[in-house]
Design a protein around this ligand. Structure first.
Ligand code: THU
Length: 135
């Protein structure tokens, strides 16, 4: 469960992180903040590239940042964009790798939460680690 104070802190972290987004091509900066079971927050921003497809989304940067620091248990991810856009499919898949119960808070730049939904709801019938049977 997420208490109000954690929720506010998480959204604020995503909002502050968004300032560092590198989005010269789309003009659509994105900030993400991921709360882990250890109580820490890991931020991420979108990082674009002149070779467009090599761009990386804010959510995945936050997840990779957390995993790189030894974290694998996620509680909630806040995502801040100008208009409260929802996570892309690739980011949903990466979040699903670490559990379907992670809560996703989608907010706009005013910090208004427009969507509050679990990863499992965002990605029904997700392909998960246990589906990867080896022959
Ligand atoms: N973007 C994200 O960072 N997260 C998403 O879930 C959707 C899209 C970024 C990628 C690109 O830099 C810009 O937003 C426009 O697609």
């Amino acid at each position: 469960m997420l208490v109000d104070e954690q929720r506010q802190r998480l959204i604020e972290s995503a909002l502050v992180a968004r300032r560092w987004a590198y989005a010269p091509y789309s003009g659509y900066p994105v900030g993400a903040a991921l709360l882990t079971a250890s109580g820490r927050i890991y931020e991420g921003v979108n990082v674009e590239s002149a070779a467009y497809p090599t761009t990386m989304c804010a959510e995945r940067v936050a997840v990779f940042n957390a995993v790189s620091q030894g974290e694998r248990e996620f509680v909630a991810l806040a995502l801040v964009t100008a208009n409260g856009g929802s996570p892309c499919g690739a980011c949903r898949q990466v979040l699903a790798e670490f559990g379907l119960d992670t809560l996703v808070l989608v907010a706009d730049v005013q910090g208004k939460v427009l969507q509050e939904i679990s990863v499992g709801e965002l990605l029904p019938l997700a392909f998960q680690p246990q589906d990867l049977v080896k022959e």
